[in-house]
Design a protein around this ligand. Sequence first.
Ligand code: SF4
Length: 486
Amino acid sequence: MEPFELADRPKEECGIVGIYSPGHEAARFAFFGLFALQHRGQEAAGIAVSDGAQVRMHKDTGLVSQVFNEEILQSLPGEMAVGHTRYSTTGASVLRNAQPIYCQSIVGDIAIAHNGNLINARQLREAMEADGEVFETTSDTELMARILVKNMERGPEHAVAEVMKQVQGAYSCVVLTPKVVIGFRDPTGIRPLTAGRLGAGYMVASETCAFGPVSGVPEHELAPGEMAIIDKDGMRIACGAPSKRQAMCLFEFIYFARPDSHIYGTLLYAARENMGRNLAKEHPVKADIVVPVPDSGIPAAHGYSEESGIPYREGMMKSRYIHRTFIAPDQRMRELGVRMKLTPLLEHLWGKRVVLVDDSIVRGTTTKQIVKLLFESGASEVHVRITAPPIMHPCFYGIDMASKGELAAAQMTIPDLCKYIGATTLGFLTIDGAVGAVGKGKGHFCLACFNGDYPIPVPIKVKKNAFDDPPDVGQMAAFSGHTTPG
Ligand code: SF4
């Protein structure tokens, strides 16, 4: 149920924060950090805190601002916290799989929150169940929690290293014990995680945009396989698992991460502007105006406009104050489709040859509706330009995209897709154009959904099922053994 969002988008799975704020209530910092990470998940949110002896937690379905209020934050005392905001695919499982996940261990209660998706969860879970372990959720985060608990005897740092040794897949996580916060990142570094200062304390967060609202200062983007151990003695960076290949998700640069975040030291807004410039070089066209699909297409549309010399104009206004709602639209409203979210500016569009810049095409359904909207608003031509290369393969690393059968670019030639969406012309940025816009070599990225080169080998059974007939990520998770991604 997402009546007020552009539906045909890959969906990020989670945002995480870890806080140590000596002399201050950490829950409040975690709240504002999560608030800045709301774009990474809008289905559920949670915060666990430690007062040095006891770990307490509150989590529920809804936006961060719906899940927490003053009273709840005051019931969460302590200088250490971890928090999570979650995207999920199905209603019933949302609360049960909401995070952080809480467990008891010999060092006291622990909580863990996770962004990513494990690919060997089924095997690990079956082995643990054969040993008598009973799982309460279908979340692969619980699996990590239980590995942590089993290995806490030698301390939290060792337990985290053991998790990193056993699990395979994409994960950036935060763990809270009564006395320590640990952030860690998988050895391939698929999901982002940055550590930094927070007054006299420290924090880690999925994106650097979470630091600003709490006056934190991002200092160190965790390298693949690294962990940041934070306690009253300070912050220490250590290797949790050796890294063989660095493969940051290219989609973080194209769409997921907020444009004011930095990854690989690059401002995402600047990377997206560069993508727009490269798109103009690769797919030039004679037109009157460059129009973004708001908001995600804005930086690239500026880049396209600068490179091509075609003026930038806003062609649609997005509803700014209606975010995700729990009120379902009725059938007639559903049929209005994008008109519920985007209002065309007729005066800007009438009689114009339009370059429409967007970040991606998944199923093609939303793009088709937007193109129709522009023609109905008087555009004489609509040239669609997309900053993501064609998406040809499913994602196994925590992004809800679509099955191969639903991916428009995997099912049609580009001329056929152009016809399907009703555009005058259609151009996708190449992988080289997208990677070049970030200023790092191809070897630094996961490009699997574009070129099928999976940086962490996906078991053949999981892959086969997903390629044959997986209608959604929920099923894909089931094929991969369990679970809902974090
Ligand atoms: S497959 Fe695509 S969406 Fe998934 S991690 Fe790789 S680049 Fe990102």
